[in-house]
Design a protein around this ligand. Structure first.
Ligand code: NA7
Length: 539
C-alpha cells in the first residue's frame, strides 16, 4: 500500500455524485462492503431525472415493471405500479419508497451541488468541492450524474425579458401550474415536448407549438394496472428480468431476427400494424433487424409511420409539417405518445414551423417570429439537454497531474468500458459515455455491480489505486466507434450524437454511446473481472 494516506484520514471511502437511480443503488452496494459513503445531491430530494423532470405529462415510456430495481425481492413484493407507463409523480414516489426502505437518506447530503473534483496523486484520493465552498476528501469518486441532466435553454435573444411565467421542462416548479384558459407556448418537440404538448393541450386556452424539427412519434398505449394484473406481473418478475438480460438493449422488446425484405409486403405491413398497435417501444426496439442500418428498409418503415400521421391529422398541410423530412424513423429517439397527433386537430392548438418563420426574439409579452408576434401567459422550454458529456463538463474535474477531463475529452469521450478514464484514477462513472444505455435501470444495475466488484476486489487485496491503461482506453474507444459505423442514427444530428447548438463546441457529431448489445457489453466487463482486473493498473 505505497504512497497512500490512511483511509481514516480521508473524510469518506467513497463519494457518489447524484442521488438518482444509479447513486441510490451504488450507495446501497458500497454500504454492504462496510464503506463510509457520502452521496452529494444538488436537489432537495432523491430521484435524479424523476426529481427534476416534473413537467406536465412526464412519464416513463418503458414498461414501469421492467424499469424498477430488480435486486431486492422485498422491493419487488411491496411496490405496486398503477400504470403500464407510470407518470413522473409515481416514479418519484417509488424512488422515495426505495430510499426509505433501504434507509439510504442518512448518507445523502441534499442541496449540495458539486462544482469541482480534483485527484490528489500523493493521497490517492479525491478532493471534492461544493458550490458553497465546503469540501471533502474520499478514496473513490463515483459519478452518478446521468446522461440527460444538464438542461439547455435556447439561444434566443430576449429570453430574460419575458414578463409572464416561463420555465425549462427539467426545472419545472414543485407547485402545480394551471393552464386553464391560458395562452401557452411550447418550444421543442423532442420526447419531452411531445409529452408536454399532449398534456397542456387538454386545458390551455390556446397552445402554440414552435417546432424546428419534427420527430417520428409512435403510440404508447398506456393502461392502468389493477390488483390482479399486478399479482401476475409480480409472479412473472423472474422471467421478465431474465428476458431483459437477454435482449439487445435490456428492453422487453428486441429486434426481430428477420430482415425487412425477407417477408412479403403484406407480411411487412401486418407486422408494422401489429407493432403500431402494441404497447411501448416495440416499433422502435422490436422492429426488423435491418431497420436502422439499411436505407431502403428505413425508408419503408418511415413511409408507414408517415401514412399513420396523415391519417391522424385532419389538415394535411399540418400533417406534412409533422412528418420528419431530414431523418428516417428510429434514427433519433422515438417519442411515445398518447393522442399527440390528434392534438393538432383541436381548435385551441396551433403549430408554428420555425423553419418557415424563425423565432427572432422573446419579447416581454411573448414570442416574435419573422411572420408574426404572439402573446403568451406561459412559455415552456422543452429544449433538451447538453447530453452525455454535458453533466461532466459542468464540474471542474481534474485528474492526475492536473489533467482536466474536459480537455481530455475534446473531440469526443475516450473511456475504458465507459467506466474509467485514463489519468483519472479511482474515478468510476455510472451511465457515463460509452456504456450500454438502453433500458437505463437494467444497465445501471449491471454498471453498479461491476464497480462494486472492482472496489470489493481492491479492498480485499489492500489496493488503493485503480486506473484504466491507455491501451485499454484505446481499444474500448475504437470498439465503440467501430460499432457505430453504418448506423443511420450516427448520420443524424441529435443529443445521441452529441449535437446541441445551444452549447458552445457541441456542433460536431461524436460517438458518445455504446451501440453494441447489452449482453456483449456485460460479457466483456465480466471477463475483465474474472481475470482479476489485470487489464487495469491497480496497485
Ligand atoms: P431533445 O430530444 O433534445 O429535444 C429538444 C427539442 O428542442 C428539439 O425539438 C429541438 O429541436 C428543440 N430546440 C432546441 N433548441 C432550440 C431552439 N434554439 N429553437 C427551437 N427549438 C429548439 O430533448 P428532450 O428533453 O425532448 O428529450 C431528451 C431525452 O430525454 C429523450 O430523448 C429521452 O430519452 C429523455 P431540434 O430537433 O434540435 O431541431
Amino acid at each position: 500500500m505505497a504512497a497512500s494516506s490512511e483511509p481514516q484520514a480521508l473524510d469518506y471511502d467513497a463519494i457518489i455524485i447524484g442521488a438518482g437511480i444509479s447513486g441510490l443503488y451504488q450507495l446501497y452496494r458500497l454500504r454492504e462492503l462496510g464503506m463510509r459513503v457520502r452521496v452529494l445531491e444538488a436537489g432537495t430530494g432523491v430521484g435524479g431525472t424523476w426529481y427534476w423532470n416534473r413537467y406536465p405529462g412526464a412519464r416513463f415510456d418503458s414498461e414501469s415493471y421492467s424499469y424498477g430495481y430488480s435486486f431486492s425481492q422485498e422491493l419487488l413484493d411491496e411496490w405496486h405500479w398503477t400504470e403500464h407507463f407510470s407518470p413522473q409523480s409515481e416514479t418519484l414516489r417509488y424512488l422515495n419508497f426505495v430510499a426509505d426502505k433501504l434507509d439510504l437518506r442518512r448518507d445523502i447530503q441534499f442541496k449540495s451541488r458539486v462544482s469541482a473534483a480534483h485527484y490528489n496523486d500523493e493521497g490517492r484520493s479525491w478532493n471534492v468541492t461544493l458550490e458553497d465552498g465546503s469540501h471533502f476528501t474520499s478514496r473513490f469518486l463515483i459519478t452518478a450524474i446521468g446522461p440527460l441532466s444538464a438542461p439547455t435553454m435556447p439561444r434566443i435573444p430576449g429570453v430574460e425579458s419575458f414578463k409572464g411565467q416561463s420555465c425549462h421542462t427539467a426545472r419545472w416548479p414543485h407547485e402545480p401550474v394551471s393552464f386553464e384558459g391560458k395562452r401557452v407556448a411550447v418550444i421543442g418537440t423532442g420526447a419531452t415536448g411531445v409529452q408536454t404538448i399532449q398534456e397542456v393541450a387538454k386545458t390551455a386556452g390556446h397552445l402554440t407549438v414552435f417546432q424546428r424539427t419534427p420527430n417520428w412519434c409512435a403510440p404508447l398505449h398506456n393502461g392502468k394496472i389493477g390488483e390482479e394484473e399486478m399479482r401476475e406481473i409480480r409472479a412473472g418478475y423472474p422471467e421478465m428480468f431474465k428476458r431483459c438480460q437477454e435482449t439487445f438493449a435490456c428492453f422487453l422488446h428486441t429486434p426481430d431476427p428477420r430482415g425487412t425484405f425477407e417477408v412479403t409486403p403484406e407480411e411487412r405491413e401486418a407486422f408494422w400494424e401489429k407493432l403500431y398497435g402494441e404497447k411501448g417501444f416495440g416499433i422502435w426496439q422490436g422492429n426488423f433487424r435491418d431497420m436502422l442500418i439499411d436505407r431502403k428498409a428505413n425508408a419503408l418503415i418511415s413511409d408507414f409511420v408517415a401514412r399513420k400521421i396523415r391519417q391522424r391529422v385532419k389538415d394535411q398541410a399540418v400533417a406534412e409539417k409533422l412528418i420528419p423530412k431530414n431523418h428516417g424513423f428510429g434514427t433519433r429517439r422515438v417519442p411515445l405518445e398518447t393522442r399527440y397527433y390528434e392534438v393538432y386537430n383541436q381548435p385551441n392548438v396551433t403549430l408554428v414551423d420555425i423553419n418557415e418563420t424563425p423565432i427572432e426574439r422573446i419579447t416581454p409579452t411573448g414570442i416574435k417570429t419573422s411572420g408574426a408576434e404572439y402573446e403568451f401567459d406561459i412559455i415552456i422550454y422543452a429544449t433538451g439537454f447538453d447530453a452525455i458529456t454535458g453533466s461532466f463538463d459542468r464540474i471542474d474535474i481534474g485528474g492526475a497531474g492536473g489533467l482536466k477531463l474536459k480537455d481530455k475529452w475534446q473531440g469526443g469521450p475516450k473511456t475504458y468500458l465507459g467506466v474509467q478514464v485514463e489519468g483519472f484514477p479511482n474515478m468510476m462513472m455510472l451511465m457515463g459515455p460509452h456504456t450500454a444505455l438502453g433500458n437505463i435501470p437494467r444497465s445501471i444495475e449491471y454498471n453498479v455491480e461491476w464497480v462494486t466488484g472492482l472496489i470489493r476486489h481492491m479492498r480485499e487485496q489492500g489496493l488503493t489505486r485503480a486506473e484504466a491503461r491507455p491501451e485499454g482506453v484505446k481499444s474500448w474507444t475504437d470498439h465503440v466507434v467501430a460499432l457505430g459505423e453504418g448506423l443511420l442514427s450516427n448520420e443524424i444530428d441529435s443529443w445521441m450524437t452529441g449535437i446541441n447548438r445551444n452549447v458552445d463546441g457541441k456542433t460536431e457529431r461524436i460517438i458518445a454511446r455504446y451501440s453494441g448489445s447489452a449482453p456483449a457489453y456485460r460479457e466483456r466487463c465480466d471477463r475483465v473481472a474474472a481475470e482479476g482486473y489485470k487489464e487495469m493498473n491497480i496497485g
